[in-house]
Every structure is written in C-alpha cells, then in structure tokens.
Unconditional design. Structure first.
Length: 202
C-alpha cells in the first residue's frame, strides 16, 4: 500500500492533529491538559494552524491514500532547539494566558527530563502517527523511510527518536528499521512511562 507524501497544510488540521496526538497521548495530556483552557488537542490545533514552531503545519509532512491523510510526522534538527522552545513558549502563553501558562511550561520542563531535546546535527523524528484503521500495513515504515530520505538529502549522518516503554509495538518497528536503543530514562511523572532513546546512522 503505497502512500503519497507532501508537506502538511493548515487545512489538514483535523486529520493531522488526531495523528500527531496519537504519537504520544499520555505525554501531550501531561503537558497540555489539566487547565480550564481546553484539551491538549485544542492547543495542538491552534499551534498547527499557526504554522510556526515544532507543532506548526510547516514543520510536518503527511501521507495520503486516495486523497485521505492517513499518516503524519516531522523531523527536527537539534540545532533549532532554542528557536522551537521560544516559539512553543510564546504559543503556550498566548493560548493558556498568564494565569495557567506557568503550569504548562513547568510540566513541559519536567517532561524534557525524560524526553530530552535532540543533540545538534541529529535528524530527530517526532510526532509519528498512522491511522488506527491501517496499522500493520507498512504505513509506519513508509513514513519513516520518507523522513529518512529528507535527512539524507540535507546532509545529516545520524537520526534518532524516542519511544515510550509502554509502546513495544512501535519499538519493534523502529528496531526492524535499524534503530538501536541507546538509553532508557526512567519516569517519576504520573501517567508517563519510561522513554527509550534510539539512534541509527542515516
């Protein structure tokens, strides 16, 4: 089942946010939920449509099957960590307001002790999501292969990603594609499993 990949657009928001959220619902809920301002997906929708930062549509790719978006993901260079953090902080402040933004920012910093920002000159894959109706059909492999091609084309030599210890199915896929666990980071956060950092040459 071959997909057609293209840059995401703002109008992909409905399908794309469901897929992005599915890549780590516990982590997204831990950081972005828990205030009266809306769900994690409400924040992600706003950030996606803005186009800016690590959650913006300009940073994402989507895979289409018969005109329907069925896969989504992004790849981030460790060299843009500070810029992405600044954009995300501004988006959080704007969305949650001065009363609640500090809770969200603090939870984000706590999560980054488990899912660290990627090293410089590392092509880091994130927000990988596939339609639940199409799992087991090779779509995840196609998405990752496509993203790795982008990394090679831009001169990266190393690629990496994180996976929750509670998602062994995804880890098996990544290991089949050549990723190797480098470290496991324990979690003391409620609802958040340990995370494993995997790496492979490009």
């Amino acid at each position: 089942m071959s997909l057609q990949f293209r840059p995401a657009r703002a109008e992909d928001v409905d399908a794309a946010i469901a897929l992005i959220y599915s890549s780590g619902p516990a982590a997204f809920d831990y950081v972005f939920a828990g205030t009266p301002k809306g769900s994690a997906q409400d924040f992600l929708r706003k950030a996606f449509v803005s186009g800016s930062g690590q959650f913006g549509y300009r940073q994402h790719w989507v895979g289409e099957q018969e005109g329907q978006v069925v896969a989504a993901g992004t790849a981030l260079s460790g060299e843009v960590n500070l810029r992405n953090m600044a954009v995300a902080a501004a988006q959080i402040i704007a969305f949650y307001g001065p009363r609640h933004c500090w809770q969200v920012l603090w939870r984000g910093l706590q999560l980054e002790r488990i899912v660290l920002p990627p090293p410089k000159r590392t092509f880091y894959l994130a927000h990988l999501g596939v339609s639940s109706a199409l799992t087991g059909q090779g779509i995840g492999s196609q998405l990752i292969d496509f993203l790795l091609q982008q990394g090679r084309a831009t001169g990266f030599q190393t690629t990496a990603l994180d996976v929750s210890a509670g998602n062994p199915h995804a880890q098996r896929l990544y290991e089949r594609l050549g990723f190797v666990v480098q470290v496991e980071r324990a979690s003391h956060l409620p609802g958040i499993a340990a995370h494993r950092y995997l790496q492979r040459p490009l």
